[in-house]
Design a protein. Structure first.
Length: 491
């Protein structure tokens, strides 16, 4: 009898599944029709119609080199005259430094040289694409050309070489997600500075520049243009921050409850980390003395985990505050101890506050790992994992959370241009966790009691990579303690 019911149910299920598959097929034709194959210079894909900002367009007429003259683009100093708070926040930010960043420049030059040496035209093409995101105006105005390996910045007092005001706010539309599909429409410089696209568009004209509401600017798709990087020819996913966020619980599909990139990254101020596990309060004020008082003005520090490159102490401190408010470490240890038998200690790491994987972005290069120490009651170290030696090298057996890229021959490579596939990825998903087991044999002296300390650590890159890239000029990269736990087991 039971069996019959079971069969009946499963028949009905089959029918439901069949209908679902047909419906899915229809939906896929609609939604997946907008998925593009990876191509040279973007986009990788376009949001489906029900989830597309009004100014994400399908014609794919992205801006290309030669479309603008450098003289059409205003220097951030011009904007600072009326938007001084925003300017001060942005100055020294990773966006402002995206081109001047010595780590980026050294990597770009090395990766191009290695690609050229390999003779692989796909790799050479990829190595020339860096400029599109790191110096969009340098690229579009053909001021920074890479065909000859020239990645050099503009003159020292010209701040138009990174990612700055009059780039982001002359973006009038996007052609999709990934590989920088921006469509810019700058003015003609002073006295006709053109339209600035932004989140408001609700107040009278500013007297200086026209402005227009851009839904794109209010949503993660603005960031998703550049924070989703795909190898231009072989399609290897190199950075997936937008996609990780899109698939996370922070994206509920309902704009009133969704936590956009801006809700975390454009609400952070010194002392207010604004992560997924901390408050993200409003920042009331004016964006310009000539503008109205508003309940919230978007903040422009836009800090991530990088406390190494900027010389601005505020930015560095904010990166530390961000890292220290996004993860939790817990220890699970046995209640009693026995000498000479294998003892297992479990350490759980939870991503409580990042709206994407932890870490994200250039996760082949970033280092996040566990440092675990077991000490006797007299402070002797009985077990250790994840120690950093005097050269800055991490214990090769450490539990690391990153992406490993491999080239065509299956060899590990940090060169994104030579990357052919992702070999492994063990990062921690948003609101997800991972548990590590450390097994050790404890000596007799452990029987008087032990103390276990587990610390989650972060460094922007390995010290050896920075030494290779920057040679004599390499600084010692800071190692940041993100979260830690201690547990004692008494006899
Ligand atoms: C002479 C003063 C002045 C200068 C210079 C100026 N702005 Fe503005 N801007 C304003 C005022 C006033 C507002 C309106 C503020 C408000 O509505 O809260 C504004 C608003 C904006 C907005 C918001 C648009 C919206 O409606 O969402 C953006 C974006 C913007 N400016 C960008 C820039 C950029 C980029 C520069 C430099 C190229 C610049 N501004 C230079 C006065 C100025
Ligand atoms: C990486 C791109 C980016 C850069 C660089 C950038 N902005 Fe913005 N800006 C944004 C986005 C996105 C918003 C809207 C955030 C939202 O609504 O969620 C915004 C908002 C604004 C606003 C409206 C603020 C408000 O809340 O009313 C002004 C004014 C503004 N930006 C001016 C500037 C100035 C001046 C600079 C340079 C010092 C600058 N921006 C640099 C992306 C950028
Ligand atoms: C034009 C492309 C572009 C756009 C648009 C853009 N970014 Fe970025 N962003 C970059 C690049 C390139 C860097 C890396 C600069 C570097 O490290 O040299 C960066 C750096 C960052 C960092 C710092 C990362 C770290 O390691 O500390 C954060 C955070 C960030 N972006 C968030 C955002 C958010 C949020 C938005 C949308 C409001 C956005 N970005 C829009 C290209 C872009
Ligand atoms: C719920 C809050 C939250 C949201 C939403 C969020 N982030 Fe983050 N982000 C963080 C925290 C916390 C960190 C620091 C930990 C880390 O490095 O991942 C961070 C770090 C970063 C970094 C630096 C990563 C690294 O280690 O090099 C980048 C780049 C970044 N975010 C971009 C984005 C973009 C783009 C979006 C939207 C697609 C976004 N973030 C959405 C909280 C958030
Ligand atoms: C589609 C946009 C895009 C392209 C193309 C791109 N990048 Fe980036 N790059 C980013 C973003 C976004 C970040 C910030 C992610 C993070 O902080 O982890 C970044 C960060 C970096 C960093 C980290 C800088 C630091 O100080 O830690 C390096 C190095 C870098 N990129 C090198 C390159 C090179 C070399 C190329 C060309 C082969 C390239 N990028 C092409 C978007 C891009």
């Amino acid at each position: 009898m039971e069996k019959t019911i079971c069969v009946k149910v499963s028949h009905r299920r089959k029918r439901v599944v069949l209908v679902l598959i047909i419906l899915l097929g229809f939906w896929c034709q609609q939604a997946c029709a907008d998925t593009l194959t990876p191509q040279n210079w973007s986009p990788t894909w376009v949001n489906p119609a029900w989830d597309r900002p009004a100014n994400m367009v399908l014609d794919r007429q992205i801006s290309v080199p030669g479309d603008i003259e450098l003289t059409q683009i205003l220097d951030p100093v011009t904007c600072s005259g009326c938007h001084s708070d925003i300017y001060n926040q942005w100055q020294g930010s990773m966006h402002g430094l995206a081109q001047q960043d010595p780590v980026y420049q050294a990597a770009a030059k090395l990766f191009l040289a290695e690609a050229q040496a390999s003779g692989d035209t796909g790799a050479i093409e990829e190595a020339r694409s860096c400029v599109r995101c790191h110096t969009p105006v340098g690229h579009l105005s053909k001021t920074i050309e890479t065909s000859d390996g020239n990645f050099n910045s503009f003159s020292a007092d010209d701040q138009r070489d990174g990612i700055f005001c009059d780039f982001c706010h002359t973006v009038k539309a996007s052609a999709g997600i990934g590989n920088a599909p921006f469509i810019v429409d700058p003015g003609k410089n002073n006295p006709t500075p053109g339209t600035k696209w932004g989140p408001r568009g609700d107040a009278p004209p500013t007297g200086t520049h026209d402005r227009e509401f851009s839904e794109l600017h209010t949503r993660s798709e603005m960031c998703g243009m550049c924070h989703d990087v795909t190898h231009t020819l072989n399609g290897t996913p190199l950075e997936r921050t937008y996609t990780e966020w899109r698939e996370s619980p922070y994206n509920t599909g309902d704009p009133s409850t969704t936590v956009y990139c801006q809700d975390c990254h454009m609400r952070q101020k010194p002392g207010v980390p604004a992560t997924g596990s901390t408050a993200r309060p409003d920042n009331p004020g004016q964006s310009s003395p000539a503008g109205p008082e508003r309940p919230h003005i978007y903040v422009h520090y836009v800090v991530g985990g990088n406390a190494a490159v900027s010389s601005n102490e505020t930015i560095k401190q904010m990166a530390v505050e961000r890292l220290q408010n996004c993860a939790e470490v817990e220890i699970e240890a046995p209640d009693s101890l026995e000498a000479f038998t294998a003892t297992s200690i479990k350490v759980r790491v939870t991503n409580t506050g990042a709206g994407h994987y932890l870490p994200t972005g250039l996760s082949e290069v970033r280092q996040m790992w566990l440092h675990v120490i077991v000490e006797s009651s007299r402070g002797e170290i009985l077990f250790e994992s994840g120690r950093v030696d005097t050269e800055g090298t991490i214990d090769p057996n450490a539990r690391m959370y990153n992406i490993v890229l491999a080239d065509k021959n299956g060899n590990h490579t940090a060169n994104v241009a030579l990357a052919d596939h992702v070999e492994s990825d063990n990062r921690i998903p948003p609101k997800g966790c991972t548990t590590e087991t450390f097994t050790m044999g404890l000596p007799v002296k452990a029987l008087r009691g032990i103390t276990i300390t587990a610390t989650l650590k972060y460094r922007s890159a390995s010290q050896s990579l920075i030494n290779t890239l920057l040679e004599g000029a390499a600084p010692t990269l800071p190692i940041i303690d993100m979260a830690s736990a201690t547990k004692s087991v008494q006899r």
